[in-house]
Design a protein around this ligand. Structure first.
Ligand code: PEP
Ligand code: MG
Length: 484
């Protein structure tokens, strides 16, 4: 009496629960295999429904939808994807984050799109967040000119590729790239990134019909580690949940942002995590540049459990005569509870990376995906900035390398404030990296410190934005596409 997916789900759930109830830990862990089989069967079934999928029309494409998923983005060849426009979501949604990493203009949270039909031309302005269906020739001409200027500017910025990000008063800043698809690996290198500051492993997981096997993951991670051979690669363990669902592993929760996410999900699905950690360790063995990053850590127990699993993974590989090194392990500081525990965690972690996208939403209790509260979830909110400063200062006291890998690192206003707080490592979209490098080289760290000292006395984001914009204007960076 059930529809097909519900019947499959209930049958597989039944058998998975039987395994889960077993005493023997090995057999108990096999419940994951049952789930994998279920996912595979579901994937085959849903794939067969999609066989009639339309071919892509010719020419550059704009994806428009209520939501545009990561797999929608991946289904279009990068060179053909001109822009994205979504009715829902906000600038911190994962669709926007991925689009930014790929350098694709995108507009989120449109509310509605009037008068747009399939196959029609549309103009998408990612700087101002506007979408113009069927634009008239005059508007098109203006935008064509803007686009040509932007391209010329990017060409000039590219000349800095091999120059260091050094402020005018000699402070060295490390600029890493964020990535998650194999297709966005090379843009990071081309733009002069000094490492991968965040490799979001959930993106390959979001593209398939089932959990990728150890071999499939190994192959992807190996290519990532090799591409960045002499540079650090910070690979994050699976961070699904929240607004990053897996199509083949539906999670129904009242409040997903506060639910079974990141390391919580991974530790509760130990066989999945073991598969991933083994694939990562093997991938990093040849290059020695792997660092493992843990998302959503909120308690000491999570770190202890992760290290125990890492020990097991190392022991398993040693028993199989696979030589790997113990990688450095760090955490995303994105749950506010992490901040006051950093000192206690020093023995478990080698570095921290500030996840300002989530940290911001949890500090001000405003959903990062909800356009209605995007003004509340402002990256220049004084409380968010002060907490970030607290993390930077604490990390310095603990001799703990710190970086920031949220979208703040792509925003010039936030970048000068972070410089002023003393941060010297940021990880960002490859497409924005040349522009941020230009900004760092035009700024003075002591001026940025003075700017932050005065900005932190201001009562709201609007005041901080205004003061920072004045500072940026004084840097004479005319022509840069600043969105502050
Ligand atoms: C963050 O939260 O700032 C972050 C970098 O991770 P994600 O955007 O993938 O949650
Ligand atoms: Mg996060």
């Amino acid at each position: 009496g059930l529809d097909m997916p519900s019947a499959m789900k209930s049958a597989f759930h039944h058998y998975a629960e039987l395994f889960l109830a077993m005493d023997d830990p090995y057999l108990r862990a096999r419940h994951e295999d049952i789930r994998h089989l279920g996912n595979r069967l579901y994937g085959t079934w849903s794939g067969s429904r999609n066989n009639g999928r339309q071919e892509l029309p010719d020419g550059p494409l704009v994806l428009v939808g209520g939501e545009v998923s990561v797999s929608d983005i991946a289904a279009v060849p990068r060179e053909r994807l001109a822009a994205i426009a979504c009715v829902r979501g906000s600038a911190l949604s994962h669709t926007a984050v991925l689009a930014n990493a790929l350098g694709i203009p995108s507009v989120m949270g449109l509310g509605e799109v009037r008068g747009l039909r399939d196959g029609e031309s549309v103009l998408v302005d990612g700087d101002t967040g506007r979408v113009f269906p069927d634009p008239d020739p005059a508007l098109l001409a203006t935008y064509r000119e803007n686009a040509a200027n932007e391209e010329a500017l990017q060409g000039r910025l590219q000349e800095l590729r091999n120059e260091p990000a050094l402020t005018r008063d000699g402070e060295r800043v490390l600029l890493y790239a964020n990535s998650g698809l194999l297709s966005d690996i090379s843009p990071g290198l081309v733009s002069g990134a000094e490492g991968l500051g965040l490799y979001r492993t959930e993106i390959p997981f979001m593209l398939g019909d089932t959990f990728p096997s150890e071999e499939e993951q190994f192959e992807i991670y190996r290519q990532v580690c090799e591409a960045y051979r002499d540079k650090p690669v910070h690979m994050r363990i699976l961070d699904i949940g929240g607004d990053k669902p897996l199509p083949y592993f539906p999670l129904v929760e009242e409040n997903p942002a506060l639910g079974w996410r990141g390391i919580r999900f991974c530790l509760d699905n130990a066989s999945l995590l073991m598969t991933q950690v083994r694939a990562m360790l093997r991938a990093g063995a040849g290059t020695g540049n792997l660092r493992v990053l843990l998302p959503m850590v909120s308690s000491t127990g999570e770190l202890q459990r992760f290290h125990a699993l890492l020990d097991d993974a190392l022991a398993q590989l040693a028993a199989e005569d696979i030589v790997v090194n113990r990688p450095e392990v760090g955490i995303m500081v994105e749950v506010p509870a992490a901040i006051s525990q950093l000192a206690q965690w020093r023995g478990y972690i080698d570095f921290v990376s500030i996840g300002s996208n989530d940290l911001g939403q949890y500090l001000v209790a405003a959903d990062r995906n909800n356009p209605r509260v995007s003004e509340v979830c402002d990256r220049l909110h004084p409380a968010v900035l002060r907490e970030i400063e607290r993390i930077i200062v604490t990390a310095r006291e603990l001799n703990l390398p710190a970086s920031l890998c949220g979208e703040m690192s792509s925003d010039p206003a936030a970048v000068v404030l972070l410089l002023g707080m003393g941060l010297r490592c940021m990880s960002l979209s490859a497409a924005r990296l040349p522009m941020i490098k230009w900004l760092v080289r035009a700024a003075r760290a002591d001026d940025a410190a003075a700017l932050w000292a005065s900005a932190k006395t201001l009562p709201d984001a609007a005041g901080i934005r205004h003061t920072t914009a004045e500072y940026l204007a004084g840097l004479n960076l005319a022509g840069l596409p600043f969105e502050t």
